[in-house]
Design a protein around this ligand. Structure first.
Ligand SMILES: Cc1cc2nc3c(=O)[nH]c(=O)nc-3n(C[C@H](O)[C@H](O)[C@H](O)COP(=O)(O)OP(=O)(O)OC[C@H]3O[C@@H](n4cnc5c(N)ncnc54)[C@H](O)[C@@H]3O)c2cc1C
Ligand code: SF4
Ligand code: SF4
Length: 424
């Protein structure tokens, strides 16, 4: 046996730290838990990654689509990857020649996608997440501004900043309007933008961008203006409940009209709404997960007002701890009942039993089963990461209780771009 045959060369899967916006989508998508992160970088564990490609289409920036030929014994460790500011280039042939490797041996393409394992023992809601938009979605522009684009960022001016939750003890969510003036920033409902907070981190590096879903429709927060809105929750405690002052969310919530903001994006080419007249939209969200739902609802409302859309139904399942914490509670109440079917779930109303979006979905099982059967119905889930599994399990139970074959419907929802999960 010669030396070349004895050496195992792998295509190591790496994330470009310069472009990655730390949105967590890939970590949530990976079926085998190969992706992890620290405060600095998102990284892929070469020992766990099976190159299934499930994480590649959902990545909004493309930063995850990087592959390097390396001898298996020299695979970049997690520690190395976590320390990178830039992605290393391919190893030079002379360095690899020492391992008895030829250039040809290194040029093997990454293996084709392997099927994502399914099975009830380890229910993985992310496996049903569509990597494609609905067939009737409009074309989305992505990455017009970013580290690898011709223009690194675009400056937007704040033209509005309103609180959209009742003044509570600690819960504070803002509706912020950004105007792009004459600079192109075309967006669709369901896309997001990146906000780059000013200043540098403790290591002297510029802060990385934070992602925010667009809350306004494609023709602007105000129709005909080159503006958009975002819904930002002020982060005052971390996921473990410890006091912390979230960098970007507090920066955004404290902005004044006339301030300028550095923006990158737009991002997202799959969490997009269907546009054919008979399409139904089922929206399931918590907290600021309502932002893309507001965008889709408002676009449908404008179409309806102009007489251009009458067919599809809208269903909304919206959860918050209390009514006071529910963004856009007031405006939601004034939408016509024949336009949108709204269900609100509050989990911390004093004296009332806890209710979650999944509970409401089970109550509307008959209608949801019809939606699951209808190829014109599209499902969107956005909000707290903790909600995702419960919501997809509720859909599975709705299907089974209605005598439908979830094992056929689940993969179909994904393949047809009918189920979209965006949790953070
Ligand atoms: C696709 C996508 C869309 C998003 N859309 C929105 C949106 O529409 N509105 C919105 O407000 N946010 C949205 N986010 C979350 C947003 O990008 C930021 O993560 C969030 O605003 C916190 O950023 P920060 O800089 O304030 O906190 P950081 O300074 O980054 O974090 C401070 C600490 O708080 C923890 N933390 C971060 N976020 C939360 C949270 N939400 N709850 C509790 N602890 C947290 C962090 O782990 C860290 O320990 C979205 C995220 C993704 C991936
Ligand atoms: S930008 Fe791509 S690589 Fe970075 S965290 Fe998001 S999905 Fe992962
Ligand atoms: S290619 Fe597959 S296994 Fe590897 S990190 Fe991406 S999702 Fe995980």
């Amino acid at each position: 046996m010669n030396a070349v045959a004895e050496i195992t060369v792998i295509q190591q899967h790496l994330i470009d730290p310069e472009i990655c916006i730390r949105c967590n989508t890939c970590e949530a998508t990976c079926p085998v838990g190969a992706i992890t992160h620290d405060d600095r970088n998102y990284v892929v564990d070469a020992d766990k990654c099976n190159l299934c490609m499930a994480c590649v289409p959902p990545c909004p920036t493309g930063s995850i689509d990087n592959w390097r030929s390396v001898p298996k014994v020299r695979a970049y460790t997690l520690e190395e990857q976590l320390s990178w500011d830039v992605l290393p280039g391919e190893l030079p042939p002379e360095q690899l020649a020492g391992d008895g490797l030829t250039g040809q041996a290194l040029a093997e393409p990454a293996p084709a996608a392997a099927p994502v394992p399914a099975g009830e023992a380890a229910f993985n809601s992310a496996q049903y997440n569509a990597a494609l938009p609905p067939w009737s979605a409009a074309h989305a522009y992505t990455n017009l501004y970013g580290p690898k684009s011709a223009a690194k960022s675009v400056t937007a001016t704040v033209t509005g900043n309103f609180r959209v939750t009742e003044v509570g003890r600690e819960y504070d969510t803002h509706h912020i309007v950004l105007d792009f003036g004459q600079l192109p920033f075309p967006v669709l409902e369901g896309q997001s933008i990146g906000i780059v907070p000013p200043g540098t981190d403790a290591g002297g590096r510029p802060h990385h961008a934070r992602q925010y879903s667009i809350a306004s429709p494609r023709n602007g927060e105000r129709p005909g203006y080159n503006n958009l809105s975002v819904t930002v929750k002020r982060v005052l405690e971390d996921h473990q409940g410890r006091p912390v002052r979230g960098l970007a969310s507090n920066y955004l919530c404290d902005l004044k009209v006339g301030d300028t903001v550095e923006v990158i994006g737009p991002f997202g080419a799959t969490f997009l709404m269907p546009n054919h007249p008979k399409s139904h939209i089922v929206m399931i969200c918590t907290g600021t997960g309502s932002a893309p739902m507001r965008a889709m609802t408002e676009w449908r409302r404008r179409l309806r007002a102009s007489g251009k859309f009458e067919g599809g139904k809208l269903m909304l399942f919206f959860g918050a701890r209390t009514q006071q914490e529910l963004p856009y509670f007031g405006p939601l109440q004034s939408l016509p009942k024949d336009f949108i079917d709204i269900h609100l779930a509050f989990s911390r109303t004093p004296g009332q039993p806890k209710r979650y979006v999944q509970d409401l979905m089970r109550e509307r099982a008959a209608d949801l089963a019809e939606m699951l059967k209808d190829p014109n119905a599209h499902f969107y889930v956005c909000g707290l990461k903790a909600m995702e599994e419960g919501v997809v399990l509720a859909l599975r139970d709705v299907a089974r209780d209605a005598g439908l074959d979830w094992d056929a419907i689940g993969p179909q929802l994904k393949a047809q771009g009918r189920l979209h999960l965006e949790t953070y």
